[in-house]
Design a protein. Structure first.
Length: 204
């Protein structure tokens, strides 16, 4: 099974480098363009299902990805992939966050709880019948996911995610692997072409 993990397109808060948690900030024009490029790149993959966070920046990105799919896969909203709750830290720039009282850092959603709900979400789709799924979610979720499934080699504290980036979590023989991560639409197409050539498949 292949789970394509997609970060939503840019919002104004992303552009301003503000911490963005559960606030329901929409995509800006740049973000819509990024989501469209991602959707066009994902046309090379036939999706069985699209799963999305309920926040509109993710849901709108999911709709755009769906639009570019020939089979119009169903979109399912799943709270397991909502962004991490950062409490009163949300809205601060990353520079401002460095200056806040350390006691406020405890307001953010506990990382163990974040990890548990992500794993719960992943496990339910790994146990299902769909073989190729896109999960549209958020930076905090994806960095934790990458960290969890790579044994801490990438992800939280190590990977600065691009908006509308594509990562791949693969599940085979009860084992997870991450063949690629944090790719732009163009980089993803290059990676996909290389993979097809390696397998001796016809590249369209």
């Amino acid at each position: 099974m292949q789970l394509y993990i997609i970060r939503h397109g840019e919002t104004d808060w992303n552009a301003a480098l503000r911490v963005q948690g559960r606030e329901d900030i929409p995509l800006n024009e740049t973000g819509i363009g990024q989501a469209d490029a991602c959707g066009r790149a994902m046309r090379s993959v036939k999706l069985d299902l699209i799963v999305t966070s309920p926040l509109q920046r993710a849901f709108r990105t999911a709709q755009i990805v769906q639009f570019h799919q020939s089979g119009t896969p169903q979109i399912v909203v799943d709270d397991c992939f909502i962004e991490r709750d950062f409490g009163s830290l949300s809205g601060l720039t990353y520079e401002e966050r460095k200056l806040v009282d350390k006691s406020r850092l405890g307001e953010a959603e506990n990382l163990e709880l974040l990890s548990a709900r992500i794993r719960k979400g992943i496990a339910q789709y790994a146990a299902g019948n769909c073989q190729t799924i896109a999960i549209v979610t958020h930076g905090g979720v994806i960095t934790q996911l990458l960290s969890d499934f790579s044994g801490g080699m990438i992800g939280r504290g190590k990977t600065w995610l691009r908006n509308a980036c594509i990562s791949l979590l693969q599940y085979e023989q009860e084992q997870y692997s991450i063949p690629m991560y944090n790719l732009t639409a163009n980089d993803f197409l290059t990676w996909l072409q290389t993979e097809k050539e390696t397998r001796g498949e016809c590249v369209k």
